[in-house]
Structures are given as C-alpha cells and as structure tokens.
Ligand binder design. Structure first.
Ligand SMILES: Nc1ncnc2c1ncn2[C@@H]1O[C@H](COP(=O)(O)OP(=O)(O)OP(=O)(O)O)[C@@H](O)[C@H]1O
Length: 720
C-alpha cells in the first residue's frame, strides 16, 4: 500500500509516514498477538476434546465437567458452544463466577480471543458494572447477579446454557443458585410439554397467596403458564469438585473428566511447621526474588491487615537493601480494594521489575494473572463460621482444604512451568479436609432466606438445597428476619419492609437500619454508618506509634461511641477532598488526601472503599424513594435509630467492666480500639463480636436501656 507521503502530502511528510509506520507496527503487533493467542488456544488440553464435549452437552441436559486448573474450561467451553450454535434465536450462554474480579478479567480475555469488543458478543455483568448488551452471546457474571436476574425473569428465559463455574467453592450464592437452576430447568422442560410453573422444594411457586401476588409484582412473573420455554442446558464445572455430590443432586447427571494440564507446577513443602507464617512468607518472597529466575510471585494471605503489614515490611526491607534486590513491585489485591485498583495486579510489571502480588483468596480460582510463575501458600484462609445457638457469626483463620491448595498452586503453570511453595510440611497436606465445608453450613442464613422469599420460595425448610443447612440455623435466621419485621406471622415477606430489605444488596440488619433511618430522619448519617461498617479497618495503629495514633483519633472521637466517630471521620474526609479538589484539581488533591489520611492514622484505601459503597447504596435508597434527611446535630435520634436497628446486639454492664450480650447471654468486653473502652457506659449496642483469647465487642454506641423496650418491644417486652 502506498504511503501518505508518496501521495504528495507535502506538508507533513515525516509525521504522516511516521504515523502510517506506527499504524503498520500496531497492525503487525495486533496480528502477532492474535496468532499467539490462536496458538495458545490450540495448545490447551481442552482443545483436543472440543467435539466430544459439545456432543456430550448436546446429549445431556446437565453435565458436570472436571478438568485441571488452566486446562481451558472457563475461557474455551463457552466459545465451543457459541461455535456449535447454542445461541440461535439470540439466546445467551451465561457463565457464573463466585467473584467479580474473575468475571471481569475472564470476559476481557475471551473478548480478545474472539477478536471482538468487550460488551459486544462477549460481555460481563457484575453488581454496579454491566458491560453486556443486546449483542452479547457469552456473558460472564457473578452467581449473585444471576440470582438477582432471576427476580425479574424467573425462568432465566434469555439463556440457552448456564455454566456454573468454580462450583467447588460452594459459596452461599452458588448453592442457592444450584437449587434455583434445578427448578428452572425442570420448569422449562415441563413448560415445553405441559406449561407448568416453577417448583421449589415441597411447594409450587404457583401456590403463592393472592396477597403476595399483589404485594410483590414479582411473584406474578412466576405464573406465565401460557408461555413455552426452550429447555435449558446446565453445566457444572471445576478443577477440584466432588463430582459425586453434584451428580447425586442432579439425579445422576453425567460427569466428564478432561485430562491433562498445560504446564507442570512443582510443589515444595517446608521441612518443619512454621511458627510464624508471615515471617516465613516474607523470607520465601526474598529467597525467590534473589535466587530464582524471572517470573512474578503470588502470595496468599488471609486479609487486608495482613496484606498491608507484609506490604510495609517488604517496602521497608527494599529501602534498606542493596540496589539489585530493589526491583520488586508490590501489588495488593483484596475484596475491599476498589475495582480499578484490583485490576492493577493484571498489568505487567515495568521492564526489569519482578511483581509480587499479595492476595486473599479472591485470586484463588479462575483468574489467570499473566506473568505468575511462583505461588507462596501459607495454607490458611479467613472463613466464616456461625453459631446458631448464639446467633453469632465470626470470621476465623483456618487451614485451607486440599481443593483450595490445588486451586492456589493452579495459579502458576498457566503460561509456562511454575513452582508452588507451601509453607507447611508435606504430611500436613495429607491431614487437610478434601474440600471446603459449604458456606451455607457455616453462615447466618438471613440473607439467603430473604432472597429465596423474594424469589417466591415459601417453604425454606423444604427447599431442595444441594446440602441442607441445619434446621436450627434456618429457624434462627427466620426468627431474626421476623424480629426485623421482614416476615409476617405467616412467614411471608412483609410489605413494604420485607420487599424493601430484599432489594438492598446488604446484610438484612443494615438494610433494616436504612429503612428505619428514613423514619428517624437520619438516613444521611445511617448511610455513612453502613458504608463505614462495610469497609474494613478504617483506623490503623502501628505498634511503634500507638500514642500518636491515639492522639490523632481523639480529634474525631465522640463520647457517644464509635458510630458517631466514624461519621465525623467520613465527613472530615469528604470536606477535605472537596476543598482540595477545588483548590488544586483532582490529581493533586488525591495526593494531599493520602497525606491527610497518613497524618490522621486513617487507612485511605478503606476510606475510599467506604465512599464507593456509600455512592452505591445511595443510588439504591434513592431509587426506592426513601426520605434522605439528616438529623443535623441531634444525634439522640440517630442513637435511638441505632438501638431500634441493632437491638439484637445490645449489651449491659456487669461488675468489673465486663458486659453481657443480651441476646446470646455471652460475657464480653469492649475492644480496646473502641472510643468507649475507658468510659464503660451502662448499656451499648455493637456491630461486631471478635473472638481472640477473650470475647470482644467492636463498633459500639452508648444507648439507654429503656429504649430497647420502647423501640424493640417485639423482642424485649417478651424476653427481658
Ligand atoms: N488473561 C489471560 N492472559 C494470558 N493467558 C490467559 C489469560 N486467561 C487465560 N489464559 C490462558 O488460558 C488458559 C486457560 O484458562 P482458563 O481460565 O480457561 O482455564 P480453566 O481450566 O478454567 O482454569 P481454572 O480451573 O483455574 O479456572 C490459561 O492457563 C492461560 O494459559
């Protein structure tokens, strides 16, 4: 092709020939990359069984696919199905992921592999971020999002195939989704022949009462008896699932195993148990950095605090060490990090640098982080546990399961051979549980029940769960929802409170607090409270600067408690940001803000996360038409609202500074981080119970005991 210069473009010959060269370079790079991707796709173990897999999916309405990590399940199978015309009539292939970061990054990769723009044939849809369009045929999403879609379209009618990926994780949402999909599939098959409605557990959804139909406007959509739906294909997928449990649940569904992995991963164990796994992780990072060949490192840690402390320690060591060991770039990833910051881990390290990614189990499944060659796995994870007798949920650090360890090592060996360093002896591996206990068996079920009720499921105890939660846990959560006013005496969703609570993507207690706050004229304050409580660790107090951090905190602290203190911090932060943005523009103000946070011992990442959550919930409450008022300086009304909302978490003072939690009867202490630690008021409400050697309550506000009787008579008039 002749260049622009040879066409007599006399004015800018150099620049146009430069730009056409640049274009040609770009085109070459683009086609090189496409060639490389094509080659990579062909070399995946799953590529050799494409025809067999498609045949099996054609023959079986439900198929369980087990294949090694990195074999190509998530990225390739949807493309096989698209090629095999599973999307005729504009139907969509939906693939669910337990985590949004996986849904987003895998969709990007598949769009690139297909050579299409993200949001066209390939897209993703996660809470508050939807890139799918009417042209989307392959749609990645979180399992929670598909559940929400089912509220509006109970037959999930736009999907021809739904793939539940990473089913081994057994998150609450995956388990509920599985039950829902089983019913939807049955109903869609039946609708083709008999026009029958959805059937959940013991009762048909068609049996909802007339008052429910009038109330919800959603239950009616279950009743499109006249409509005929095409059958739905279901695929359950993972590298490490117990195929038998799933096969039994889906009435003997066929399981196929895809053999072979792309690249080997060598596994190393420590000779002895490590007394301090954080220290062991730090040593291993530097051993790899200084002793191993090129390649990035992925370290699994249990939470934000741990990640931030290791990040500090690495950076401290780098500033002290000689030049050649400095080319190490630390990038954290955890759930509370804003989405755009999470995606930083996927960007290549600058030339000559090695990247070390510090991650929670958010990076454990599904994702391919380019460049990762080494994985460090201390073998621990933070997991929820629930005690139905006390109605208390807690987060504890526990050993991973074998299946989690396998997933973690599987993050290496995706682009070339890899190494995984497990920071425990090999015989310990043998002692690990095969798979993780399903979350539904170890969490408070109020949220699940609220979702199921909103989907029209009346009989929770009879719902066909893949593994039933304990009866005690179901009853305790039903009781809690009833006390919060979400359920009627007949155990149906109440109108409007129950329906409003189901619409908010929050813990039911927080949803109720927002609804009540609109009546107490303090919704503005409660929005901040819920956002701040949803973000982790707002304050940080390094051990060597305890006094300084306490003094800094004093300027925000309120004698009424931690909630008002948090509101003060949030407002001071927002005011500072607004002022500085006007004075110095957005980019510079960000820097000033980080400095302000540092001086005040505030975690700027957490605060940004709180602002993000605030913005999102604000959108919801505005859509719901709740009255967005502020109580101004009258914090009494706000505290009364806290008491009315969190009455199940009230505690009264006992001799010697101890407290008794009224609902569970447990003896607890005020956590030293609370502004009420020294004051020891007579009665408090709290949001969190932390168990270390002692039981501590955190995030407290002083209340008047008599308010409990007045504002929560449904509980206190009877109980105490
Ligand atoms: N973003 C990416 N960049 C580079 N390569 C990628 C990317 N995503 C996927 N790949 C390549 O495609 C392969 C298959 O990935 P895929 O996610 O489909 O595997 P999988 O079988 O679903 O794995 P897992 O069970 O771990 O989720 C990876 O091993 C990697 O080689």
């Amino acid at each position: 092709m002749p260049s622009a210069a040879s066409h007599g473009n006399h004015h800018y010959p150099n620049s146009s020939s430069k730009s056409s060269n640049a274009n040609r370079n770009r085109q070459n790079q683009f086609s090189d990359r496409r060639q490389k991707i094509l080659q990579q796709r062909k070399s995946l173990p799953i590529a050799s069984v494409e025809k067999r897999l498609v045949d099996e999916i054609r023959k079986n309405d439900i198929l369980i696919i087990v294949g090694e990590t990195g074999s190509g399940k998530t990225t390739q199978i949807p493309q096989f199905l698209l090629g095999a015309k599973f999307c005729h009539d504009g139907k969509v292939i939906g693939i669910t992921q337990p985590r949004r970061v996986a849904a987003v990054t895998v969709a990007k990769r598949v769009a690139e592999e297909c050579g299409v723009e993200l949001g066209q044939e390939v897209g993703y849809s996660v809470r508050f971020d939807d890139t799918s369009s009417s042209s989307t045929r392959i749609k990645y999403m979180t399992d929670g999002l598909l559940l929400r879609e089912a509220l509006l379209d109970p037959y999930l009618s736009k999907y021809s195939v739904i793939i539940v990926d990473e089913a081994h994780e057994r998150t609450v949402q995956t388990d509920v989704l599985m039950g829902l999909l089983k019913s939807v599939q049955l109903a869609r098959s039946n609708s083709a022949s008999h026009g029958q409605g959805l059937n959940f557990g013991n009762k048909s959804v068609n049996s909802v009462t007339s008052s429910e139909k009038e109330n919800s406007g959603q239950s009616n959509s279950f009743l499109k008896k006249e409509h005929q739906y095409a059958p739905l294909k279901l695929i359950i997928m993972s590298a490490s699932l117990d195929a038998r449990t799933f096969s039994e649940y889906f009435c003997g569904a066929k399981a196929v195993h895809v053999q072979g992995r792309q690249f080997p991963v060598d596994i190393f164990y420590t000779r002895h148990a490590e007394p301090d796994y954080l220290d062991a992780a730090l040593i291993t990072i530097f051993q790899i950095h200084l002793g191993e060949g090129p390649g990035d490192i992925l370290v699994f840690l249990t939470g934000q605090e741990e990640i931030e402390s290791i990040e500090r320690l690495i950076n401290e060591r780098l500033t002290k060490s000689p030049q050649e060991s400095q080319k190490l770039l630390v990038v954290p990833i955890f759930a509370a990090l804003p989405a755009e910051q999470q995606l930083r881990v996927f960007a290549p390290a600058p030339s000559g640098f090695r990247k070390v990614i510090l991650a929670t189990n958010i990076a454990e499944t599904s994702v391919t982080i380019p460049g990762i060659k080494y994985v460090i796995d201390p073998g621990l994870v933070k997991a929820r546990s629930y005690d139905p007798a006390k109605g208390m949920e807690s987060l504890n650090v526990v050993p991973t399961s074998k299946s989690q360890a396998l997933q973690r090592s599987g993050r290496a060996g995706r682009e070339g051979p890899g190494k995984c360093f497990r920071l425990y002896p090999e015989n310990e591996f043998g002692k690990l549980e095969d798979s993780t206990k399903p979350e539904i068996k170890r969490c408070n079920l109020s949220n699940v029940i609220l979702q199921l009720k909103a989907l029209g499921v009346d009989d929770i105890l009879g719902f066909d769960f893949i593994e039933k939660p304990s009866r005690a846990a179901i009853i305790k959560s039903l009781e809690q929802l009833f006390l919060l006013g979400a359920l009627t005496d007949e155990c149906r969703l109440s109108d409007p409170v129950g329906y409003q609570m189901a619409r908010l993507p929050l813990d039911p207690v927080y949803s109720k607090a927002l609804i009540l706050a609109s009546q107490f004229n303090c919704l503005e304050e409660m929005l901040i409270t819920v956002a701040m409580l949803s973000a982790e660790s707002i304050f940080y107090a390094p051990r060597d600067k305890l006094d300084e951090s306490r003094t800094a905190m004093k300027s925000f602290s309120s004698p009424e408690g931690d909630h008002i203190t948090m509101i003060k911090v949030y407002r001071a932060y927002s005011e500072f940001l607004e002022k500085k943005s006007i004075e110095m523009g957005k980019a510079k103000s960000e820097k000033a803000l980080r400095k302000w946070c540092k001086e005040n011992f505030i975690n700027s990442r957490s605060l940004r996360h709180a602002c993000d959550i605030h913005r999102q919930i604000l959108g919801h409450v505005q859509q719901m038409g709740l009255s967005l008022a502020s109580c101004g300086d009258d914090m009494l009304e706000y505290r009364r609202c806290l008491a009315a909302s969190f009455f199940l978490n009230a505690a009264v003072k006992q001799p010697e500074g101890m407290y008794r939690a009224l609902a569970s009867g447990q003896v607890v202490q005020i956590h030293p981080s609370s502004v009420l630690f020294r004051q020891k008021p007579e009665c408090v409400i709290f949001n969190e119970l932390v168990q270390t050697n002692n039981k501590y309550v955190r995030n407290l506000t002083r209340i008047d005991y008599l308010w409990l009787m007045e504002l929560a008579p449904q509980y206190y008039a009877v109980q105490n």
